[in-house]
Design a binder for this molecule. Structure first.
Ligand code: ZN
Length: 67
């Protein structure tokens, strides 16, 4: 019997093609996850934080305009 669990280490990083270390994001089983190496994961997480920050700013601006 083959192990059906896919390990990140058996995959290649979707960004740079190196051996992946983790799947990300794994928030929701409905959201597809991609394998990332540690370096690219950091970059992706930083990107996400920036995106979230932008959304926050936008929301705060809208709130400011309404008042
Ligand atoms: Zn990578």
């Amino acid at each position: 019997m083959k192990d059906k669990i896919i390990h990140a280490k058996d995959c290649k990083c979707v960004v740079c093609g190196k051996q992946a270390e983790v799947f990300w994001p794994c928030i929701d089983p409905d959201i597809p996850t991609n394998p990332y190496c540690r370096e690219c994961l950091k970059k992706e997480q930083a990107k996400l934080l920036i995106e979230l920050h932008k959304i926050d700013e936008k929301y705060n601006k809208q709130k400011g305009q309404q008042q």
